[in-house]
Design a protein around this ligand. Structure first.
Ligand SMILES: Nc1ncnc2c1ncn2[C@@H]1O[C@H](COP(=O)(O)OP(=O)(O)OP(=O)(O)O)[C@@H](O)[C@H]1O
Ligand SMILES: [Mg+2]
Length: 250
């Protein structure tokens, strides 16, 4: 089953074409990695999946992105509601300058009215799910921005899963983290995919090979090749994919 289907997607920043007729399907409860050299359009494609490019001036987008069989670019789409279901984790952790508790509770408060006790239960359950509960249960009122970086990133993931999205988009979520923290996030991703669909952009080939089920290789705005990760990394169809994964460029 598809979680998201992209059809004939093109994107221009002004006169520069950053995405060229991209077609791809992101499978439900799978991890899909987007790889390719710097500037090839990975983040642009990722941001298209929950309409994060809308705010950039001079952007023109054509094509279709279906989420639950509805084109999110059709007029009348509720973008706030869309982002509730398709959330994003960024390269630099960006918790709100609020307490740990309020960070996790933020989306819950935005989207529905809830009793304090109910809220507390969801905050605890969400922190449990990302493995932060034991470390942070006595620090719920501390300011999130003062936590170590890897806890901040885990907290950003916690903040998303508190509202139970369908899809989690991750744009190089480990690039600011050390190898130990990176391993923790990868472990968490494998756990989260039981419930969520994940699309990750990464420069780390080992990471893509370790965590993802499917991989897409991009080059200059084109999706060159998309396949099962094992296939992409052992026996790709396209010579350009082969050159990239063997480190010949990028
Ligand atoms: N807001 C913008 N305005 C104009 N051009 C942009 C904008 N954002 C990205 N671009 C250009 O679009 C192309 C694709 O950028 P994008 O950030 O999607 O690449 P990327 O594959 O994520 O690269 P990296 O690996 O360095 O993060 C690049 O040439 C970039 O310079
Ligand atoms: Mg990028």
């Amino acid at each position: 089953m598809n979680a998201i289907e992209v059809k004939n997607l093109s994107l221009h920043y002004g006169s520069f074409q950053a995405l060229k007729n991209v077609n791809v399907q992101f499978q439900e409860k799978m991890i899909t990695a987007l790889i390719g050299p710097s500037g090839c359009g990975k983040s642009t494609l990722l941001r298209c999946l929950n309409r994060m490019n809308d705010l950039i001036e001079g952007v023109k987008i054509t094509g279709v992105v279906n989420f639950r069989d509805i084109n999110i670019y059709a007029p009348g789409t509720d973008v706030v509601e869309l982002r509730r279901h398709v959330g994003m984790v960024f390269q630099r952790p960006n918790p709100f300058p609020l307490s740990v508790f309020d960070n996790v509770a933020y989306g819950l408060r935005v989207h529905q009215e809830m009793k304090k006790i109910q809220l507390s239960a969801i905050v605890e359950r969400s922190l449990q799910a990302t493995g932060l509960w034991d470390d942070l249960k006595d620090k719920l009122s501390e300011t999130a921005t003062e936590l170590p970086l890897y806890q901040q990133q885990l907290l950003c993931i916690t903040r998303l899963i508190a509202i139970e999205p369908k899809v989690i988009l991750m744009d190089e979520p480990c690039s600011a983290l050390d190898p130990i923290a990176t391993a923790k996030i990868e472990e968490l991703m494998l756990e989260l995919k039981k419930k969520y669909t994940i699309v990750i952009v990464t420069h780390n080939m080992q990471q893509a090979a370790r965590v993802s089920d499917y991989s897409g290789f991009m080059l200059m705005g084109e999706l060159i090749e998309f396949n099962k990760t094992g296939r992409i990394f052992t026996n790709p169809d396209d010579k350009r994919t082969q050159d990239y994964i063997t480190g010949r460029f990028g």
